[in-house]
Design a protein around this ligand. Structure first.
Ligand code: PRP
Length: 287
């Protein structure tokens, strides 16, 4: 059985917000596996790696204890766990906020109004730290799920929960009172792993996909007189590739551009006199 094997153990969320995105990231990075039914383990094809399906909130402590070599979890859950483990790398997934939320018609306006309030949350540790920073004392009602209905049920005056798109808040007639922080999905590594080299290889594979997903490749033609200005707009990851075109006085430029900036950059290049501006997806890279 995989538990007895010497394979590297990679813990990933078995269900919930992070599960699907994590699996597709691993597959894109060449760590292919198939989970049969509700199995707790899956062997990665062509690599000495066993994937273990776990609760996302158990992954930080299991990694800190050395039960798994690598883990994928939320940085919110890592912080909540309080374990002495730092994220090895962000994975560009699952961006969310942890926020104090109250009923839309609540009189509460800010953290100072929370004195004596009942707060329902699955993040008692992070919530307690926030309240201490604001010098406010509350009663924390610790729950493991469905926190968003607790105000309607009369259990709490406010909740602390994950907000991603905000649709859960709207559906439950809640609004944000204050944000505690921004979080995302991260890779964690056990300080006691026996195979740091294989961990590093997996990190490199994941980096290739994470960077590729956040950039695209932009190619365009530009007259020589505008080349320097165009290069300032598209400095690339390290530097743009510039080649001379057959037509005198024209250059072709190729550069990686942040996906979030690409439309603006295309417009600015067009204004500058660039032609044949092409955006191409990058599916993987090594930089
Ligand atoms: C979280 C959170 C909210 C929801 C917010 O639940 O508890 O219910 O996501 O997302 P939204 O702002 O996009 O509506 P999650 O899916 O992590 O599962 P959970 O209920 O097990 O916490």
């Amino acid at each position: 059985m995989p538990m007895a094997s010497t394979n590297l153990r990679l813990g990933i969320p078995s269900k919930g917000r992070l599960a699907e995105a994590t699996t597709s990231l691993l597959v894109d990075a060449g760590l292919k596996f198939r989970r049969s039914d509700r199995a707790l383990f899956a062997r990665v094809r062509d690599m000495p790696v066993d994937v273990t399906f776990l609760r996302a909130d158990d992954i930080p402590v299991l990694c800190a204890e050395g039960a798994i070599d690598l883990g994928i979890t939320g940085s919110d859950l890592l912080e909540e766990s309080g374990v002495d483990l730092t994220a090895r790398m962000p994975l560009g997934l699952g961006g969310c906020r942890l926020a104090f939320c109250v009923a839309q018609d609540s009189q509460l306006q800010g953290p100072g109004d929370l004195q004596g309030a009942r707060i329902a949350t699955s993040f008692p540790h992070v919530t307690g730290q926030y309240l201490a920073r604001h010098g406010v004392t509350c009663r924390i009602v610790e729950l493991s799920g469905s926190v968003e209905v607790m105000i309607a049920l009369g259990v709490a005056d406010a909740i602390v929960d994950i907000v991603e798109t905000g649709s859960t808040l709207v559906a439950n007639k809640l609004r944000i009172l204050d944000e505690i922080g921004h979080y995302e999905t991260v890779l964690v590594q056990s300080p006691t792993t026996a195979d740091a080299d294989l961990c590093a290889r997996i990190v490199r594979r994941l980096e290739g996909v994470v960077i590729a997903r956040s950039y695209c490749l932009l190619e365009y033609n530009i007259p020589e007189a505008r080349l320097a200005s165009a290069e300032k707009l598209t400095p690339g990851f390290e530097s743009p590739t510039v080649s001379r075109l057959e037509e005198a006085g024209w250059f072709s430029v190729r550069a990686m551009v942040r996906r979030s900036d690409v439309i603006d950059t295309m417009e600015q290049l067009e204004d500058l006199g660039a032609t044949a501006i092409l955006e191409t997806e990058i599916s993987n890279c090594r930089l």
